[in-house]
Design a protein around this ligand. Sequence first.
Ligand SMILES: Nc1ncnc2c1ncn2[C@@H]1O[C@H](COP(=O)(O)OP(=O)(O)O)[C@@H](O)[C@H]1O
Ligand SMILES: [Mg+2]
Length: 330
Amino acid sequence: MSLAIETINLQKTYKSRGGGSIGVVNNLDLQVERGEIFGFLGPNGAGKTTTIKILLGIIYPTSGVAKVLDKDAGDLEAHKKLSYLPEKPYYYEHMTGLEIMRFYASLFGIKDRAHCESLLERVNLTNDMNRPISQYSKGMQQRVGLAQSLLNDPELLFLDEPTGGLDPIAHIEIRDLILKFREEGRTVFISSHELSDVERICDRVAIINKGEIVAQGRLDDLLAGGRIEVTADNASEEIAAKLRTDDRTVSLGHGRLILEMSDSEDTGAVIDALRSGGSEIVSVIPRKKRLEDLFIESVASDNQLKGRKMSKMTGESTEPEATNEEEAGS
Ligand SMILES: Nc1ncnc2c1ncn2[C@@H]1O[C@H](COP(=O)(O)OP(=O)(O)O)[C@@H](O)[C@H]1O
Ligand SMILES: [Mg+2]
């Protein structure tokens, strides 16, 4: 099946104050499959919002290809099938939730009040839909945003930091709604630096840093390589020596043995060896690799490497800095 989003060698550069050019998006190759929740991760300033704006056709790339639903980014046919919830949606505060929905519906030529009401019901705002937005919590405002993003029954949703600044309960509400979108067969592209949300709901992710992808793939694959910790009592130095390998760490003190091994190894064999040597198993604890570990690994090593590349490219500061809207010639 064709991809929902594809970019090839996408590049966006801005002129820097010193007259050089700053790459905000560099050689970006993204593949987002249809029907998946795709997490677009990176620290602040990594280029996430810039990429989304290119995919929506709000700004032009300096070079490269950006395809959305098989059309070039910004294509009007494709636009009818997608929606966008910006990082900081702006609402007229005096309007009620329902009025906001009807206002945005009118932009799509939708006059159906019942449609707006049913979407507000979906995001659990039926009881509050006649209150002004000024009285809504941040979580409620974000739920109005999600209701609004469903107005055109989109195939593809762009959600820019959808859980930013929300309390834990609101995080769960938003996550549950996004999971429903996938059940309905929609593709969801989420930019976020909220790693726990991404870890819970995304099928695949790309991590970007300074405009470049530093990791991309299925979350399960990226987080493979977890460790397992086996603890046993009444263990001898002899059994510890027998179990020690290059890929395991084994410590022993007062008869308590703690062994750490890869989760791709046969845990059962280790447990059997311990038991037949007269030890008692105290615990077997899988320690899964966390997205946070991957993120830090990818971004930290990348900062050192890419910092050098960037200074070569601009001939000056290694930090991209906001200057003006002018685009640097490619
Ligand atoms: N119009 C612009 N002119 C110059 N630099 C910009 C412009 N817009 C964004 N940038 C810079 O591009 C980088 C990436 O920004 P952004 O895409 O908003 O990052 P993110 O959404 O990942 O936090 C930042 O360093 C930002 O300052
Ligand atoms: Mg952003």
